[in-house]
Design a protein around this ligand. Sequence first.
Ligand code: PLP
Length: 370
Amino acid sequence: MKIPFVDLYAQYLTIKEEMDEAIERTIRNTSFIGGPDVPAFEKEFAAYIGQSYAVACANGTDSLEILLQAFGVGTGDEVIVPAHSWISTAECVSMMGATPVFVDTHPDTYTMDPTKIEEKITDKTKVIIPVHLFGLPADMDPIMALAEKYNLKVIEDSAQSHGATYNGRKIGTIGHAASFSFYPGKNLGAYGDAGGIVTADEALATKFRMIARHGQLKKHDHKFPGRNSRLDGLQAAILRVKLPYLPKWTALRQQHAAAYTERLKDVPGIKIPHVPEGSTHVHHLYVVQVSGRDEIQANLKEKGIATSIHYPTPLPLLEAYDEMGYTAGDIPSCAAYTPKLLSLPIYPEMTVDMIDYVCEHLIQNVNVSV
Ligand SMILES: *Cc1c(COP(=O)(O)O)cnc(C)c1O
């Protein structure tokens, strides 16, 4: 059996007719930049999240950067981010000339440990960026309480968690704004780069839209120097075809995750994902912890099973952040579990046979290494 890590072509085949029609229509109308699908997607995505405003842009990294700019973050400011994430979460801070301050993450949830945030807050702190990593919401209540106490803004990095919920609320409706990525492999993915934000704050949404469109709302009326970060018409049309399927695809991810968990939960030497009470996990990734991870990954590859590592190095220990002088001792939890992380294949179009095959070989390997 050959099991890819994701299979976007298999997904395309399930919606081929609609998708081909949407792409053809966009080309026929030459709505390459702008056009009717961009505002329509923004409206539909806002409705899906249950938030007042959505504004699209070119990718999820831009959406984080533009939000920070809209909040006025710049040189000398500090932004609190988790040690464990994709680099965009910290990079956006650096690109604004501000300093990312890394907080350790929890070994069960992989999200920012709220008990370790307050000690990092200084009079330079402006924003906290919790990440809903792998599809699981960060622990938002204590984070929002700290933000209120210290008058900070909260950006939910929701790139991996479209549709997840925390204590009955959809992520994207809890912080002051939320950033999304529609990178092809994300739970809602375009056929290229795409991103956007949601917020309840109309002024913030407008500011964001202006920054992303050269400082203008009306053509040739540039209020300030901005940048070019637009969602392509084609990507908007593609995302509009896919959005109605997202609830069904999410349910399939959850079903596959439950199948993995059922097969792996009692196996010594495998730590399965933990879902705290009150949260729903949308399983962008299914990540386990195992000892001897590299050897296990190589053996699975020989059996035709593609796995991945999210992420091999905690952000503050990357070469990119060498100069800041962080050591593993500053983020002990994240540094300790990172060498054990292994992401198993998960995507809506998987079958139970494929999950059986992955589990069978994973369990064999773990037994050998124990
Ligand atoms: C994918 C991702 C981003 C960035 O999204 P792009 O669209 O690839 O720029 C940001 N944060 C997290 C946690 C991500 O997974």
